[in-house]
Design a binder for this molecule. Structure first.
Ligand SMILES: [Fe+2]
Length: 399
């Protein structure tokens, strides 16, 4: 099982006399004082006894391309990587990380990111050179492959139309880059395939109709990755601060798409939504024997920053709750059948979801929306489901 700790869209900022809004809960202090909200993540993982393999930041480390904020957040993430025992830290260039309006740099929108030490986006200088030279790099570790794509590669370039630099408004992948990535991933199969990037690849229809910042060419990339590898990919992205986990377009191998919410941004950061600040631990399931061929399956634990100033387990009302599943594409009838058979087979009058998941592993890996549909089907069949604050502790019993 490979574990990914995801901390996205931090939007750290430096206060000045001109500051009129506060974009983030992470403010860079003149004395370099560490960020409480980021340092608390290490405490959380220690308390939960969790150790990720990868620490992943899908972009927007700082707000409005502040070089001080970029430097500060990158160093805090390096600290966090070591504190939680992760082997690797990788980032993605967000639209706020590129100085596309040349406010803090006169000649290059990416120079402040390139100046970071260790080299951004991690892991080695060679990886960094490939990322900036080719707009992507690829990491591999055991059964896992990660394509890290720079969806902000054209920010700061392109024609200015009607006084507006259009390329800054959305992500893009060029046809040349698609072809290079596809050629590179075709040579070898991996159990887990991840695509990390900043912008969403598929239009988010939950947002208002004017939202069009999705990556140009993103869907084309996904189709070609799936076709080239005959595998379902996991996409991890940030950008809209809209937490969600669902599937992309395509066949039964359509990708799993994790849209990460922001770890620290406030509404002032230009968020398109105002969900809770969240971080995630994505864990892939490694026992394909119990999955009826559905691959990849896994869970995402979501935590939110509470009013008490602590990371707490996200309840089922959050779009990515603690213990959300992905990968099992059972329809509501199939899922309800499996819940029923697990309960009947147990000989007990009631059963919590944890017990049902142990008997029928595919139930654990239902998307939150698919689990909701299964619960509705069970209700139609005269069962009562009592939802617990932690999803796996919900209880199923006959009415
Ligand atoms: Fe953002």
């Amino acid at each position: 099982m490979t574990k990914f700790l995801i901390v996205s869209d931090i939007h750290a900022y430096v206060r000045s006399k001109d500051t009129t809004s506060v974009p983030s809960l992470v403010e860079v202090q003149p004395d370099g004082k560490p960020s409480n909200i980021l340092r608390e993540i290490a405490k959380l993982l220690k308390d939960e006894d969790l150790r990720p393999d990868w620490l992943v930041c899908p972009g927007d480390l700082g707000d409005r391309a502040s070089p001080e904020a970029l430097k500060f957040v990158w160093s805090e993430l390096v600290w966090l990587r070591d504190a939680v025992g992760a082997r690797y830290l990788i980032g993605a260039a967000g639209n706020h990380d590129m100085d596309s309006r040349f406010i803090n740099n006169n000649f290059s929108p990416k120079e402040n990111l390139r100046a970071l030490d260790p080299p951004f986006p991690g892991v080695t200088l060679s990886d960094s050179d490939k990322y900036w030279g080719n707009d992507y790099c690829i990491y591999t570790d055991n059964a896992c492959r990660i394509v890290n794509l720079n969806s902000s590669a054209f920010h700061g370039y392109g024609p200015i139309i009607d006084g507006k630099a259009g390329e800054n408004e959305y992500g893009r992948i060029s046809e040349r880059t698609i072809n290079r990535i596809v050629a590179e991933v075709t040579d070898r199969a991996y159990r887990t395939n991840i695509l990390l990037t900043h912008h969403h690849l598929i239009k988010n229809d939950h947002m208002w109709m004017g939202e069009q910042s999705e990556m140009r060419g993103g869907n084309r990339l996904l189709h070609q990755l799936t076709e080239a590898t005959q595998a379902s990919w996991i996409v991890i992205h940030g950008h809209l601060h809209y937490p969600d986990i669902d599937y992309g377009r395509g066949s039964s191998l359509a990708p799993v798409v994790l849209s990460a919410g922001s770890a620290a941004a406030t509404y002032d950061a230009g968020s398109s939504a105002s969900p809770p600040n969240q971080i995630y631990l994505l864990d892939t399931e490694s026992d394909p024997g119990q999955l009826d061929g559905w691959q990849p399956c896994g869970t995402v634990h979501g935590w939110y920053w509470s009013h008490d100033g602590l990371w707490e387990r996200s309840p089922p009302r959050h779009r990515i709750a603690y213990g959300s599943g992905f990968g099992s594409r059972l329809n509501p009838k199939q899922a309800a059948d499996r819940f029923e058979s697990a309960l009947k087979g147990s000989g007990q009058p009631y059963m919590n979801f944890d017990e049902a998941f142990a008997k029928e592993p595919l139930l654990k890996f239902l998307l939150p929306a698919d689990l909701d549909l299964a619960i509705k089907e069970l209700t139609r069949r005269a069962y009562k489901v009592t939802i617990a604050p932690v999803r796996s502790q919900s209880v199923l019993r006959p009415l």
